[in-house]
Design a protein around this ligand. Structure first.
Ligand SMILES: Cc1cc2nc3c(=O)[nH]c(=O)nc-3n(C[C@H](O)[C@H](O)[C@H](O)COP(=O)(O)OP(=O)(O)OC[C@H]3O[C@@H](n4cnc5c(N)ncnc54)[C@H](O)[C@@H]3O)c2cc1C
Ligand SMILES: NC(=O)c1ccc[n+]([C@@H]2O[C@H](COP(=O)([O-])OP(=O)(O)OC[C@H]3O[C@@H](n4cnc5c(N)ncnc54)[C@H](OP(=O)(O)O)[C@@H]3O)[C@@H](O)[C@H]2O)c1
Ligand SMILES: *[C@@H]1O[C@H](CO)[C@@H](O)[C@H](O)[C@H]1NC(C)=O
Ligand SMILES: *[C@@H]1O[C@H](CO)[C@@H](O)[C@H](O)[C@H]1NC(C)=O
Ligand SMILES: *[C@@H]1O[C@H](CO)[C@@H](O)[C@H](O)[C@H]1NC(C)=O
Ligand SMILES: *[C@@H]1O[C@H](CO)[C@@H](O)[C@H](O)[C@H]1NC(C)=O
Ligand SMILES: *[C@@H]1O[C@H](CO)[C@@H](O)[C@H](O)[C@H]1NC(C)=O
Ligand SMILES: *[C@@H]1O[C@H](CO)[C@@H](O)[C@H](O)[C@H]1NC(C)=O
Ligand SMILES: *[C@@H]1O[C@H](CO)[C@@H](O)[C@H](O)[C@H]1NC(C)=O
Length: 747
């Protein structure tokens, strides 16, 4: 008997020492979880919920306290108990008895004799009529179950926030880069605008450091910021997709990689999990939750990157096109994650109860909303393919907006029930960003003209040059128009299409002052209208009358050159094809930022067709007093001879400056070689056939050597890509001063 007792003591002693006490609140919760499997017979089953019954059961409370005492560390116990006490007050109108008083009733020798609650028994949901202590491994299973589940729960959210940290880092790099470049630009300007990476003899150490920095900067431009991702294609689509530039691709690649990693690591599956017995089920559950949460966390980024008015644009200096690429990729990743999330839950429900159970779930409000959210996200993606965007832009846009609203709504109702996580905090920012964008759009329209309904533009279409010229008065414009910026134009004369708006680069900023100064200057006046000087036919007088505002009107205005394609632009052309018209328009802008090209001594424009708007836009600033420009070369490929004439007639005075050299390549209307007027212009040459972009750029590079040279491309995809690649080649040949800019007319 004595030996028996002794051995029992030894055994229990051994048991007591065989494990360390478990820390934290999951140990306490695990005791609850263990005991929740049982019903104690000293409770009134009529007494509402399990929880409120549990509060009144002495058997259960004693068992709970004994369990806690046996397995758990003291830390945090008091707080936990008092919270449990409060819950019991609220739910069951009952307070828990004092912890110490109860334990005093169970001296050690009595505890040894208390029955243990084993998992096998517990999982049959028994009714118990005595005090019990959960058996050690059962408690451990509960502990691990809770710990794993809540660890995952927390880490999902941490990984969700990681999306924001990632983009914050990318944007920080962008901002630093912008800052560094502007500092460097100032320095370079100070040093006669040359771009030497070798410090002068006897230069102090700082110079050498700067040399290193410049070397890095050149390397960065040559290998990372300028080139296409691969294949030399960037603007030109490959099949139904376009590939962003290398630096954008890098950011996108890292983002996708981060998402793949964060959706695959850190899954704590445990043997004997009480919630999900099989490891595969645990994995499905954790993966589904992880992808669901990260998908949702990406939502604000999708909206932010997709907006026209995006603060990040002026912080980083990256354009709408760049953010649009980010927008697309974040959305794609988020959609894939949502799909995985939905598949995961479908599999889990199917495993548990087949399609019958799944059908039952479909009646749950949050569930079918979630399913719909995933389906609509896929729909948004499907309707955003390049082909559709290209060929039916307005359809794409309307579908995109409507489906996005549906996604937000269904997502809201999907997560609304999960009060614990406040998941809606990821949805409200989307709405806020969207709302702010719309407000800012309206604000930009107001600043252009407070009487926004009263902006009347003069539009004229010239069939020969296939171009609409739009002249918008801008005396009331509060925001200064800068070269190279663009404006969204709405045409209001047909209410059905009044919502449609398209971006156009401002081709010329007609400040009232300048035009009168030109008026006064000796030869500019005659050159303004070379066509009138040469002709005496009525026909050409007619074409002059296309441009009423040219008759010496000193009012300031913005001029847009618009090439008709489909939809909006072709309607505009049709409307004005017979005679110039006064159109009611809304002008929303300016957007984009103006590259300070006047800071460069040498600038080379490679432009095609209406791309001529970009150099026109910049020329006044580059020829103004503060400019450092000494050589401005414009290589322009143009199909229509008439477009050339039109540009020379209206803007010829800009090419009069001896710093400017315009090299026109007429590629189609070769038959009417009527170049009388152009011959009169000193620095304008006309050739036939396409320009050889790589050769042009190579020559320009050789001419400037180490000096700074800005190469600005705006033209068809192939041309823009050739320019991009040639810039990289120049850098490779050691022309370190080459900088590349692309003004894309699409995104
Ligand atoms: C920054 C920028 C500046 C531009 N400047 C000029 C310019 O000075 N002169 C000029 O002739 N053209 C310019 N364009 C191009 C002009 O916006 C398109 O030709 C015009 O939108 C075509 O509209 P559409 O309805 O006639 O043709 P659609 O057939 O409806 O569209 C043709 C293509 O234009 C694109 N597009 C249409 N609307 C938009 C929009 N709101 N935002 C972005 N892409 C759109 C679509 O992707 C589509 O692939 C510029 C474009 C951009 C992005
Ligand atoms: N809806 C749109 O997508 C849209 C709308 C408006 C403008 N844009 C863009 O705006 C720009 C100008 O448009 P546009 O319609 O006015 O142009 P365009 O009339 O098509 O003129 C382009 C000119 O560039 C030449 N060219 C093309 N590829 C070249 C190359 N690789 N090397 C040398 N020359 C080349 C063409 O020569 P050939 O005659 O021999 O082809 C043509 O003379 C383009 O970027 C265009 O894509 C796009
Ligand atoms: C619970 O069961 C025990 C043993 O069977 C019995 O003694 C006790 O009276 C029961 N308690 C209640 C409240 O029924
Ligand atoms: C709570 O219990 C006390 C006695 O324990 C009783 O007097 C009181 O009416 C109860 N309150 C409610 C709301 O049931
Ligand atoms: C619960 O609250 C009551 C009264 O507020 C108190 O007497 C009792 O000791 C508390 N129990 C615990 C475990 O804190
Ligand atoms: C500009 O020309 C008009 C008529 O051609 C003339 O009346 C006007 O005085 C001129 N302005 C200046 C500033 O010379
Ligand atoms: C101008 O008219 C004269 C006579 O009417 C004609 O000989 C001449 O060719 C015309 N010039 C041009 C450029 O059309
Ligand atoms: C530009 O410079 C010229 C001479 O250097 C001067 O006569 C003219 O007034 C200046 N114009 C402005 C707008 O500063
Ligand atoms: C422009 O023309 C002038 C003389 O008319 C000439 O001196 C200058 O070199 C030309 N500029 C270029 C870039 O060819």
């Amino acid at each position: 008997m004595r030996a028996n007792l002794l051995s029992t003591l030894l055994v229990t002693g051994a048991v007591h020492n065989s494990y360390a006490l478990r820390p934290g609140k999951w140990c306490l919760e695990a005791c609850e979880l263990n005991l929740n499997y049982a019903e104690f017979n000293d409770t009134d089953l009529a007494l509402g919920s399990h929880k409120s019954r549990a509060c009144r059961s002495r058997l259960r409370t004693d068992s709970l306290y004994l369990c806690i005492d046996e397995f758990c560390e003291v830390d945090g116990r008091a707080e936990w108990l008092s919270r449990a006490n409060e819950t019991c007050m609220v739910l069951g109108n009952a307070s828990l008895p004092s912890y110490d008083a109860i334990l005093r009733q169970y001296p050690p020798e009595e505890r040894i004799l208390i029955q243990r609650l084993y998992a096998d028994e517990a999982l049959t949901f028994p009714t118990l009529n005595e005090v019990l202590i959960p058996e050690e491994t059962f408690h451990e299973r509960a502990f691990m179950t809770l710990e794993a589940a809540f660890y995952e729960y927390d880490i999902h959210l941490v990984y969700g926030w990681a999306m924001f940290y990632f983009w914050a880092a990318v944007l920080a790099i962008g901002m630093t880069n912008r800052l560094a470049i502007s500092v460097l630009n100032l320095r370079k300007q100070g040093r006669q605008s040359t771009f030497q990476d070798t410090p002068e003899a006897g230069a102090p150490n700082i110079e050498r450091k700067q040399g290193l920095f410049i070397k890095f900067e050149v390397f960065f431009r040559r290998y990372i910021s300028i080139p296409a991702t691969f294949n030399k294609r960037c603007s030109e689509p490959i099949g139904w997709c376009t590939i962003p530039s290398r630096i954008q691709s890098l950011a996108i690649f890292l983002f996708v990689l981060l998402n793949i990693i964060l959706c695959t690591v850190d899954y704590r599956t445990t043997e004997g999990n009480l919630y999900w017995p099989q490891k595969s089920t645990q994995l499905w559950r954790f993966v589904s939750d992880r992808t669901g949460i990260i998908s949702l966390a990406n939502f604000p980024l999708i909206w932010l990157f997709g907006m026209r008015n995006n603060v990040l644009m002026w912080l980083t200096g990256w354009g709408y096109g760049t953010y649009n690429n980010f927008h697309r990729w974040v959305a794609r990743v988020s959609t894939v994650e949502a799909v995985i999330h939905s598949i995961g839950y479908t599999v889990m429900i199917h495993e548990r109860g087949g399609w019958v159970l799944f059908r039952k779930y479909l009646y749950k409000h949050y569930f079918w909303n979630g399913e719909l959210a995933t389906i609509f996200m896929c729909a948004v993606l499907a309707f955003s393919v390049y082909g559709l965007r290209r060929s039916h832009y307005e359809t794409f846009l309307i579908l995109h907006i409507v489906l996005s609203i549906v996604v937000l709504f269904t997502m809201y109702y999907h997560v609304a029930i999960f009060t614990t996580g406040e998941w809606n905090r990821f949805i409200y920012p989307c709405v806020a960003v969207w709302f702010i964008d719309r407000v800012l759009r309206a604000f930009r329209i107001f600043t252009f003209n407070i009487q926004f309904w009263n902006t009347k533009a003069i539009a004229s279409y010239d069939a020969d040059s296939n171009l609409v010229k739009l002249d918008v008065p801008c005396e009331n414009n509060l925001m200064e128009a800068k070269p190279g910026t663009y404006y969204y134009i709405y045409v209001l004369d047909n209410l059905l299409y009044a919502h449609q708006n398209h971006p156009f680069t401002v081709a010329y900023i007609n400040t009232g002052k300048e035009s009168s100064a030109l008026n006064g200057s000796d030869n500019a006046h005659s050159l303004l209208r070379p066509s009138r000087r040469r002709t005496n036919s009525t026909e050409s007088r007619e074409s002059d009358s296309l441009l009423p505002q040219d008759q010496g009107s000193p009012l300031s205005s913005l001029v847009f050159l618009i090439r008709p394609y489909d939809g909006f632009t072709s309607r505009l052309a049709k409307k004005t094809s017979l005679s110039p018209k006064n159109l009611r328009v809304l002008i929303e802008g300016p957007y984009g930022h103006s590259v300070a090209l006047q800071q460069y001594r040498n600038v080379l424009f490679i432009v095609g067709g209406t791309g001529i708007a970009v150099p026109l836009s910049h020329l006044s600033a580059m020829l103004s007093n503060g400019s450092s420009a000494i050589s401005i070369r414009i290589v322009w490929a143009v199909r229509e001879h008439a477009l050339l004439l039109l540009v020379i007639r209206d803007f010829g005075f800009l090419f009069e400056d001896e710093r400017v050299q315009l090299e026109v390549h007429v590629t189609q209307d070769e038959e009417d070689k009527d170049d009388l007027i152009i011959e009169a212009m000193k620095n304008v040459t006309v050739q036939f056939g396409r320009p050889n972009v790589p050769v042009v750029i190579k020559e320009a590079g050789e001419e400037v050597g180490q000096e700074r040279l800005a190469i600005v491309a705006c033209g068809p995809g192939q041309m823009a890509d050739q320019a991009r690649q040639s810039c990289v080649d120049l850098l490779a040949q050691g022309h370190n001063g080459v900088e590349h800019f692309e003004e894309s007319f699409k995104w």
